[in-house]
Design a protein around this ligand. Structure first.
Ligand code: HEC
Length: 204
């Protein structure tokens, strides 16, 4: 009886260890697969996000450049005041995504970055000042992709986001304050992170 019990016990042990091995293999496989898929997806999400960001930037930039050339910063300001949001929204519709520009030092009160986004702005600023290659930050939830990418300044931006009295003419600044009494979006230099693209889109 004892012998039988022992052999059953040994048999059970061997069987269970076999099963263990098998399930170990399976989890190993499972561990590999999603990682690969995830990497490929990340790459796709990166190119989709960049397409939306660059497309929207081009649309805003084209309109802004024309206005600056034709009418100067004060009229361009009024144009941005009225048109920046509708243009961004129309690009959201076009791409079926939720596109926003947010900043830690925002001009329009509805463009204030969240705490998390301010942390990303800090990270991007670090990358830009170190001259590191800038990679977007991508987060995924079950069905959504959250894409973040920096918006950097060039010399043209300083006419409305630079130093008051130096880059920004006093009369331009008066207009800024009239339109945005709580403006924080000044004091920038060239090639600084002015804010980020915050783009949400569906995984499918
Ligand atoms: C003619 C003045 C003008 C120029 C030039 C200009 N901006 Fe702005 N910018 C504005 C105004 C006005 C707003 C607020 C728009 C709104 O109410 O939606 C704004 C808003 C923004 C925002 C959204 C966050 C916030 O602060 O509300 C970003 C980001 C931004 N500008 C970046 C830039 C960059 C980068 C450049 C240069 C490529 C630039 N701007 C050039 C006037 C200007």
């Amino acid at each position: 009886m004892k012998k039988i019990l022992i052999s059953i016990f040994v048999l059970a042990l061997t069987l269970s260890s076999c099963q263990n091995n098998k399930s170990q293999d399976q989890t190993d496989q499972k561990k590999d697969e999603p990682v690969q898929v995830e990497k490929k997806e990340q790459k796709d999400y990166k190119s989709i996000g960049l397409e939306y960001a660059i497309g929207t930037k081009a649309e805003l930039g084209k309109n802004l450049m024309t206005k600056m050339k034709e009418d100067g910063p004060i009229h361009a300001l009024e144009f941005c005041n009225v048109q920046a949001m509708p243009i961004t929204d129309s690009m959201s519709k076009k791409y079926n995504a939720d596109i926003k520009r947010v900043s830690d030092k925002n001009r329009n009160p509805s463009n204030l970055a969240s705490e998390q986004e301010i942390e990303y702005i800090r990270q991007f600023s670090q990358m830009v000042s170190n001259e590191d290659q800038v990679e977007p930050i991508i987060e995924t939830t079950e069905d959504k992709v959250k894409f973040y990418y920096p918006i950097t300044t060039n010399s043209m931006c300083l006419k409305c986001h630079g130093k008051v009295g130096e880059d920004i003419a006093t009369e331009t600044y008066n207009k800024i304050i009239e339109l945005y009494p709580e403006d924080k979006a000044i004091g920038y230099q060239e090639n600084e992170v002015r804010g980020i693209w915050r783009i949400y889109f569906d995984k499918e």
